[in-house]
Ligand binder design. Structure first.
Ligand code: ADP
Length: 193
C-alpha cells in the first residue's frame, strides 16, 4: 500500500490536486471535509453537529473524524493506498491515524506539504466562494479564523511528521499542472519510478 497525506492551509489546492492524483495513481481519496459535507447534505445527527462548527471555522472533534477515517479504512481492505486530504488536522488525529494504519500493517509514505503565501490563499478562497456554495468560504472573518486554526492546531501535524522525515515541501504556487508535476515527481521517486 502507498499512503500519502496532502497537507497545506485552506486554499492551498489540496482538493484540486487530490482529484488528479487519485486518477493517476489509483488511490482512494479520503477528504474529511467532503465526508462531513456528505453528512450535512444527508442531515444526519453527525452532520448537524459538524455544520455549526464548520460554519464558525472551528474544527470538528477528533473522535468524529477519526471514526470516519477508521470506517473508510475498514471498508477498503484491498486498496492500493489512500490519499488523505484535510486529515489529520491535529496532532491527536495524526497519532490516531498512525495507530490505525499500524493495525492494518501499513503506514504513511509521505506528507506532501503545499506551500502558498497567505495573500494568495485569501485571494483563492474569495474566488472559490463565488462557485463553491460553501458557507465557510463566503465570509472573510471565517476565512481568517480558518487560517488561525490552521496555524495553531494543524501546523503541529507537519512538525509531528518531520520527526519521522516524512515531510516534503512543495511549492503550491503556479499553474495547476505545474503543481501536479511537482507532486508526481516526489511520488514517483518514492515509488521507485
Ligand atoms: P479547507 O481545507 O478549505 O479548510 P475542508 O473541506 O478540508 O476545507 O474543511 C472544511 C471544514 O471541515 C473545516 O474548517 C473543519 O471545520 C471541518 N473539518 C474537515 N476536516 C477536519 C478534520 N480532520 N478535523 C476537524 N475538522 C475538520
Amino acid at each position: 500500500m502507498f499512503n500519502i497525506i496532502l497537507f497545506g492551509p485552506p486554499g492551498s489546492g489540496k482538493g484540486t490536486q487530490s482529484e488528479k492524483l487519485i486518477a493517476k495513481y489509483g488511490l482512494i481519496h479520503l477528504s474529511t471535509g467532503d465526508l462531513l459535507r456528505k453528512e450535512i447534505a444527508a442531515a444526519t445527527p453527525l452532520g448537524l453537529e459538524a455544520k455549526s462548527l464548520m460554519d464558525k471555522g472551528q474544527l470538528v472533534p477528533d473522535a468524529v473524524v477519526v471514526g470516519m477515517i477508521s470506517s473508510a479504512l475498514t471498508a477498503n481492505p484491498n486498496a492500493n493506498g489512500f490519499l488523505f486530504d484535510g486529515f489529520p488536522r491535529t496532532q491527536a488525529q495524526a497519532e490516531a491515524l498512525d495507530k490505525l494504519l499500524d493495525l492494518n500493517k501499513t503506514a504513511i509514505n509521505a506528507v506532501l506539504f503545499l506551500q502558498v503565501n497567505e495573500e494568495e490563499l485569501i485571494k483563492r478562497l474569495i474566488k472559490r466562494a463565488e462557485t463553491s456554495g460553501r458557507s465557510d468560504d463566503a465570509n472573510p472573518e471565517i476565512q481568517r479564523k480558518r487560517q488561525d486554526v490552521y496555524k495553531k492546531e494543524t501546523l503541529p501535524v507537519a512538525e509531528y511528521y518531520q520527526q519521522f522525515k516524512k515531510v516534503v515541501e512543495i511549492s503550491g504556487e503556479g499553474s495547476v499542472d505545474e503543481i501536479f508535476d511537482r507532486l508526481c515527481t516526489q511520488i514517483d521517486s518514492r515509488l521507485g519510478k
